[in-house]
Design a binder for this molecule. Structure first.
Ligand SMILES: Cc1cc2nc3c(=O)[nH]c(=O)nc-3n(C[C@H](O)[C@H](O)[C@H](O)COP(=O)(O)OP(=O)(O)OC[C@H]3O[C@@H](n4cnc5c(N)ncnc54)[C@H](O)[C@@H]3O)c2cc1C
Length: 474
């Protein structure tokens, strides 16, 4: 008998012969705690997460996923689903239960004529960019290339193209999904359109996506990317300017205003290393010449301590932040809040909170929203948060376990402090450890929650897919 953890948290005992039969059904293989690769396979991006699944099904395709979902249902097992394994919460793995691990299924196929892209569920943003840029195309994705496309898309997907071409999920045209009954459903605009609607922002609540098909757009190969740093002495002016500039910037531009501490790199004068800074990051997705012109006003503000802006390849922009987010070695805890605006007292508050950041790598990121992503009517997809002009992401990033408490406390402190400026919940892809998930689900999904709940009842009445911002069937 194998002792595993059931959905309720109780112990589930499964006869060995059932486990052996299950292993034979998997083309990708079953990894058990005693197997040599177990410790590598159970690791996820966030170095804080150290979970020990009872079984890991390395799913090579839809057939493996169907077998794994059926096995989990028949034995009532706690179930985690892993795409790229990048979510800060670490819910791609679980203690004692079954993990459906798609991270090795990374094929991407581009149709350059129809401008669509099919990605297997374990593909990363880098995989997708590599294939699409070969045809001068791009799908709106996130800003760090090692992130998995599936978790990102199911939660919405915010990146450098969001204001021109919308969220990742706005560009999702079809998804193959294995639902709780072990059936594969192809959700598209004609068939199971309601499921497609729910997958566009409703998270991993409705089944296991095995592949996703996207609309792609002409982008690159070269674009203009603005990277400008302002000193702490002018943080207040620099943030106020960012607030005013971003409100009317053309939608080819998607920008971030980041409160951070300057890294010790040659491009930044040594006197600023380690001190608080305001960083502007902005991509213009048209030609480099148009981009340079359009970003002049942003670069023209004040007396920056460094302006690293340049025309560069879209692929380089997509990987620009990768080195700041190493897998496994660093520890991360992130939350977020949509903001209704950024009045002067909020600017001053954020500057003070950045001064108090527990580590220099921690950041407060103001995501400029609006443009194409805000023109999609709120009822047209599950995603909550279309109307807010800004999203604040609160990122604690650190190295040593001894800083865990201080880093988590700082994120929660910032989260509470910006309550007066909050509007419409959180971004579900920056979920902390899913604390207060019920309240977040209510505030984030708002008017879409009753429809999502009805769909959850239809596709996952037993709430198998619960390790997420859980939409409960009841
Ligand atoms: C370094 C870094 C940078 C990021 N940058 C951005 C960004 O620019 N923009 C942005 O929007 N987000 C960003 N994110 C957040 C990111 O969108 C989420 O962490 C997302 O969940 C990652 O997807 P994943 O597949 O890698 O995650 P995983 O950890 O594998 O999965 C997260 C959750 O998604 C669900 N899920 C995953 N795969 C499947 C599947 N095949 N079927 C059903 N459900 C599934 C499960 O509920 C799972 O718990 C970033 C995250 C990191 C770590």
């Amino acid at each position: 008998m194998l002792e595993l953890i059931a959905r309720s948290g109780a112990t589930a005992t499964v006869p060995e012969r059932y486990v052996e039969h299950f292993a034979e059904q998997l083309r990708g293989g079953l990894v058990r705690p005693s197997d040599p690769g177990y410790d590598t396979v159970r690791g996820v991006w966030n170095g804080m997460i150290d979970r020990h699944p009872g079984l890991i099904a390395r799913c090579a395709g839809a057939a493996d996923v169907m077998a794994a979902v059926s096995f989990a249902r028949e034995h009532d097992l706690l179930l985690a689903v892993r795409g790229g394994g990048h979510n800060v919460s670490g819910n791609a793995v679980c203690d004692g239960g079954l993990v459906i691990d798609l991270s090795a299924s990374r094929a991407v196929h581009v149709d350059p004529v129809g401008r669509t892209v099919l990605a297997q569920a374990g593909a990363t943003i880098g995989d997708l960019d590599h294939e699409t840029q070969a045809f001068g195309l791009a799908v709106p994705m996130g800003v760090v290339s090692q992130t998995g496309v599936t978790g990102l898309t199911l939660g919405g997907g915010l990146g450098w193209l969001r204001r021109r071409y919308g969220l990742s999920s706005d560009n999702l045209v079809q998804a193959d999904v294995v639902t709780a009954d072990g059936r594969l459903i192809v959700a598209g605009p004609e068939d199971h359109a309601d499921l497609l609607w729910a997958l566009r922002g409703g998270g991993g609540n409705f089944g296991v996506a095995t592949s996703l098909t996207y609309r792609a757009h002409p982008v690159g190969p070269e674009v203009f990317f603005a990277v400008v740093l302002h000193p702490r002495s002018d943080a207040s002016g620099a943030l106020r300017f960012f607030r005013q500039w971003q409100a009317t910037a053309p939608e080819e531009i998607s920008a971030l205003g980041v409160l951070w501490h300057a890294p010790s790199i040659d491009e930044i004068p040594a006197e600023y290393h380690g001190s608080p800074v305001v960083l502007y990051l902005a991509l213009h997705c048209g030609s480099p010449a148009d981009g340079e012109r359009a970003l002049e006003p942003l670069r023209g503000y004040g007396s920056p301590i460094a302006d690293l802006s340049a025309a560069m390849s879209y692929l380089d922009v997509q990987q620009y932040l990768d080195a700041d987010y190493p897998a496994h070695t660093k520890r991360y805890y992130w939350k977020s809040r949509f903001l209704g605006g950024l009045p002067d007292d909020a600017v001053d508050l954020l500057i003070g909170l950045n001064d108090a950041a527990p580590t220099p790598d921690s950041t407060l990121d103001l995501w400029q929203l609006g443009g194409a992503m805000s023109r999609v009517p709120p009822g047209d997809s599950a995603f909550g948060g279309r109307s807010a002009p800004l999203l604040l992401a609160i990122e604690a990033n650190w190295e040593h376990a001894r800083h865990d408490d201080a880093c988590i406390a700082w994120v929660r402190r910032v989260y509470a402090a910006v309550e007066p400026y909050a509007s419409g919940g959180e971004y579900v892809n920056f979920p902390g450890f899913y604390e207060d998930s019920e309240a977040v689900v209510r505030s984030t999904f708002g008017q879409n929650l009753s429809r999502l709940t009805a769909l959850k009842r239809r596709y996952d009445p037993g709430n198998m897919f619960r390790l997420n911002h859980n939409i409960r069937p009841d």
